[in-house]
Design a binder for this molecule. Structure first.
Ligand SMILES: O=c1ccn([C@@H]2O[C@H](COP(=O)(O)O)[C@@H](O)[C@H]2O)c(=O)[nH]1
Length: 236
């Protein structure tokens, strides 16, 4: 999975997602399916994408009591996706049970379990003043990553800004999956800890999630290629 760029299919339904893929010739690229699309289309969508040759990252961010998450993961494990997300804030028991569910539910290769640390839409003000979590975003993100790693997660979602420190603390095998990627000049939208593809490469990100910086670009194909070039070749 290291080095992959997942295109976020943040669309209301399969028709819109498929139109986007076909119009811009994104057939076969790795894609991320989130709540918006999955809650409309369900597991059949994953089969459609697999049949069309896409690798799929299922970003449902599960967060519930350990047994409920384990049972959900037993079903998700049968979908043949690369990775699936949970919220690290669910705690170590939930993460361990999520892993158990994936391992017992998978017929063959289990999806990788990825724990979301602090959402990239949150900053110190949200964390300190609204959630009443003291300290810096970096320190809390690293704490959550360590806890998730010790509980059996294969990777974490974090911002590019914390990726290197997480790799230093947890080891290079823990995947650093980084959303909030923006080409220079793109709107940051609701992202509070955005970064460029170049910064992602410099800071040790393993996997990029590409959303609006590609989807909303005047030419999504050019935007995708520009991200790829910065990510792979280090172009400025
Ligand atoms: O902390 C997180 C976790 C998940 N996401 C998801 O990634 C994409 C980002 O979309 P952009 O359009 O590039 O902002 C989106 O699907 C989020 O649900 C995240 O942004 N931050």
């Amino acid at each position: 999975m290291k080095g992959r760029m997942y295109l976020a299919l943040d669309f209301p339904g399969w028709k819109e997602a498929k139109d986007f893929i076909d119009t811009h010739h994104f057939q076969g690229v790795p894609v991320k399916v989130g709540m918006e699309l999955f809650y409309r289309e369900g597991p059949q969508l994953i089969e459609n994408l697999k049949q069309d040759g896409h690798n799929v990252f299922l970003d449902l961010k599960l967060h519930d009591i350990p047994t409920t998450v384990m049972k959900a993961m037993e079903n998700i494990a049968k979908l043949d996706v690369d990775m699936v997300t949970i919220h690290a804030l669910g705690g170590s028991d939930m993460i361990k049970k999520a892993k158990d569910g994936l391992l017992s539910g998978a017929a063959d290769r289990a999806p990788k379990l990825i724990a979301v640390t602090m959402l990239t839409s949150a900053d110190a003000s949200v964390m300190n003043n609204e959630l009443h979590i003291p300290g810096s975003v970096e320190a809390h993100t690293i704490h959550l990553a360590q806890m998730a790693h010790q509980s059996g997660a294969d990777g974490v979602v974090c911002s590019v800004r914390e990726a290197q420190q997480i790799k230093d603390c947890c080891g290079s095998s823990l995947l650093a999956v980084t959303p909030g990627i923006r080409l220079r000049g793109s709107s940051v939208d609701d992202q509070k800890r955005p970064a460029t593809p170049r910064e992602a490469r410099m800071n040790g990100s393993d996997v990029l999630v590409l959303g609006r910086t590609v989807r909303d670009a005047s030419d999504p194909v050019v935007a995708y290629e520009n991200v790829k070039e910065e990510w792979n070749n280090g172009a400025l």
